[in-house]
Design a protein around this ligand. Structure first.
Ligand code: TUI
Length: 323
């Protein structure tokens, strides 16, 4: 009989999210376009969290292959993140419905009109939201839980911080809330639970895992990054994106300074995320990263990250109780 962490740790931190998603620990891996592939999602799900495959701007064919790969590699539940601005969103939704993926998360928009089709198939739907108003609306439309994502996150972000957004969303709805943005360790998990969240979603922390297939130059850039090394680009477009500071982010800053037309942002950004994630172009690629990146100092298996977080969280709670 092997050593099992669940016998030692975790029982204290069971929440409605664990029951809802049929997972052991209330930890969800963020859907990061070109980064959250089947390999990473399976590693997180097999470790007792919920792994997520990111659809990003990819075609339905690409996502189908990833879903089928994940199904071959794990018996555990996993999810697909839908990026609602994708030009392929309708065909990708058709595929996830056909495959009956257990959990759907959404980002970069309001998934309202798609909710009934997911519910009909018994799939769980958990949108990422940046505001209380959207949280309320989606609860009424029957979503299963919400991910309240603070502006500390990487990629496309809202305005409010995690500290401010999470308790207000928790007070506004009755369904479980998952906190995201600025969380990478056990202290962050306990902080999120203190705010009333019942789980956490982490993206940046899971980039530096042995199973993540992103280019090694991206992982190395994360290991080197310090606390102030991210910047928000593209605010005038209405779709602000947090990324590591580099030559590309400087070019975006120049567009803002010169009040360039929106098409210039689109031209500059086209293909830059793939260039960073696949080709390792971290100088002129879009290396999306959360503010927590300064805390990432090693590449570890996903299982080890999850176990350390659970052990640390319980230690923090015990310490707080002792005073
Ligand atoms: O979606 C993300 N993060 C992302 S998406 C992405 S790809 C992209 N690249 C460039 C521009 C835009 C997208 C990279 N990172 N996180 C979840 C998230 N969702 N953050 C913010 C939102 C959000 C924003 C507005 C969710 C709903 C929303 O609703 C507006 C409405 O229609 O009510």
């Amino acid at each position: 009989m092997g050593f099992s962490i669940s016998k030692v740790v975790g029982t204290m931190l069971k929440t409605r999210i664990c029951d809802l998603l049929d997972i052991e620990y209330p930890i969800i891996q963020g859907g990061m376009a070109w980064v959250s592939t089947a390999e990473l999602a399976v590693a997180v799900s097999n470790a007792g969290g919920l792994g997520i495959i990111a659809a990003g701007n990819s075609s339905a064919d690409f996502i189908l292959k990833e879903i089928r790969k994940a199904k071959e590699m794990t018996q555990k539940p996993f999810g697909v993140n839908l990026m609602l601005l994708s030009p392929f969103i309708e065909e990708v939704i058709k595929s996830v419905l056909e495959e009956r993926v257990p959990v759907i998360t959404t980002g970069a928009g309001n998934p309202g009109k798609y909710i009934p089709s997911f519910k009909e198939k018994g799939m769980k739907i958990i949108p990422v939201i940046p505001s209380v108003a959207l949280a309320r609306r989606l609860e009424h439309q029957g979503v299963d839980a919400l991910i309240a994502e603070g502006t500390e996150s990487g990629g496309h972000i809202g305005e409010l911080t995690t500290m401010v957004l999470v308790p207000q969303v928790v007070d506004a709805v009755d369904i479980p809330v998952i906190a995201a943005g600025g969380i990478a360790d056990g202290r962050g998990l306990v902080a999120a639970l203190s705010l009333g969240a019942e789980g956490v979603q982490m993206g940046t922390r899971f980039v530096c895992t042995t199973e993540c297939t992103v280019h090694s130059a991206w992982k190395e850039a994360f290991l080197k990054a310090k606390d102030r090394d991210t910047v928000v680009t593209g605010r005038p477009t209405g779709h602000p994106v947090r990324m590591l500071k580099n030559r590309l982010s400087k070019e975006f800053e120049r567009l803002e300074e010169t009040h360039a037309p929106i098409e210039e942002y689109e031209k500059l950004g086209a293909g830059r995320l793939k260039a960073a994630a696949i080709d390792g172009d971290i100088e002129f690629g879009s290396v999306m990263a959360g503010q927590i990146v300064g805390m990432i100092n090693e590449i570890l298996p996903a299982k080890e990250i999850i176990e350390r977080i659970m052990i640390d969280a319980e230690r923090v709670i015990t310490m707080l109780k002792r005073g």
